[in-house]
Design a protein around this ligand. Structure first.
Ligand code: PGA
Length: 246
C-alpha cells in the first residue's frame, strides 16, 4: 500500500470576515497558476463558510455539535455544514477541549455526527507542556486516539491531526524525531484499528507550521500533511506550505 495523498489544512480559528473571500480567491489563483500536489482545505469561521466556494480549495468547519438539530442555542450541526458543501470538519481541537471542556467521549460523539452526514472528521489530539515534561506524551495521545475515534469510522472519513498543545501558536515545534515517534505510535494504533488500510489514514502534524519549517516536518515518516493556524491566514504564507509538496 502506498502513502495517502497529503492534506494541507488551514484552521482560521476566530479570524476571518466577509472580506476574507479575497484571500481564498488569491489562494485559488496561486494554486491554479503554480499547482498543488496535495489536497488543500481551509476551515474558516462558520459565519463565512457559505460565502466561500471551493475551486481547488475545499472548505471545511472547525467544530460541529453532536446532534443533528434541536434545542442547542448557538451551535451548528454536521447536517448544516453538509448543507453548505463542507466535506470536512475538525473535532476535538485542543482549544475546544480546553475552552469548552470537551472530553474524548464528546469528541467521539461529534465525529460520529460528522461521519453520519458523510463528512470526514479531522480528529485532533496532542499533549500539553506538562504532559510532555512528565513523559506522558505517548500515553495521552494513545488515550485520545482510542477514546475519540468512533467505532464505525472508516479510513475514508477519518483524518488525525497531531498537535502538541505547547507548539500551537508559540513558534515552538517538536524535533523531527519527536514527531516521528508520535506519528509512528498513531500509525500503529490505526493499523490495529483498521488493519492494513490503516496505512491510508492521513495523520497531519500541526503546531507552528510555517513555510520555513514545513519541508522538514512534512518529510517525517507518517506525516501526511499539516494543520496550520497562523500561517494559513495569508494566501502567500499558506501557499508556501502547500508548495512543500511540489
Ligand atoms: P498554529 O495553530 O499553526 O498557529 O500553531 C495550529 C492549530 O491550532 O491548528
Amino acid at each position: 500500500m502506498t502513502a495517502p495523498k497529503a492534506l494541507v489544512a488551514g484552521n482560521w480559528k476566530m479570524n476571518g470576515l466577509t472580506a476574507s473571500k479575497k484571500e481564498i480567491e488569491k489562494l485559488q489563483s496561486m494554486i491554479s497558476e503554480n499547482g498543488a500536489n496535495c489536497d488543500v482545505l481551509i476551515c474558516p469561521p462558520a459565519t463565512i463558510i457559505g460565502l466561500l466556494s471551493g475551486k481547488g480549495v475545499e472548505i471545511g468547519a472547525q467544530d460541529c455539535h453532536m446532534n443533528i438539530s434541536g434545542a442547542h442555542t448557538g451551535d451548528i450541526s454536521a447536517l448544516m455544514l453538509k448543507d453548505l458543501g463542507c466535506h470536512y470538519v475538525m473535532v476535538g481541537h485542543s482549544e475546544r477541549r480546553s475552552d469548552h471542556g470537551e472530553s474524548n467521549d464528546m469528541v467521539k460523539s461529534k465525529a460520529i455526527a460528522a461521519q453520519q452526514q458523510g463528512l470526514a472528521a479531522i480528529i485532533c489530539v496532542g499533549e500539553s507542556d506538562a504532559e510532555r515534561e512528565n513523559g506522558e506524551t505517548l500515553d495521552v495521545v494513545t488515550a485520545q486516539i482510542k477514546g475519540s475515534i468512533p467505532e464505525d469510522a472508516i479510513v475514508k472519513n477519518t483524518v488525525i491531526a497531531y498537535e502538541p498543545v505547547w507548539a500551537i501558536g508559540t513558534g515552538k515545534t517538536p524535533t523531527a524525531d519527536d514527531v516521528a515517534e508520535v506519528h509512528m505510535v498513531i500509525r500503529n494504533l490505526l493499523m490495529d484499528r483498521f488493519g492494513d488500510e490503516g496505512e491510508m489514514v492521513r495523520i497531519l502534524y500541526g503546531g507552528s507550521v510555517k513555510a520555513s519549517n514545513a519541508h522538514e516536518l512534512m518529510s517525517v515518516l507518517n506525516v501526511n500533511g499539516a494543520l496550520v493556524g497562523g500561517a494559513s491566514l495569508k494566501a502567500e504564507d499558506f501557499y508556501g506550505i502547500i508548495a512543500t509538496y511540489q
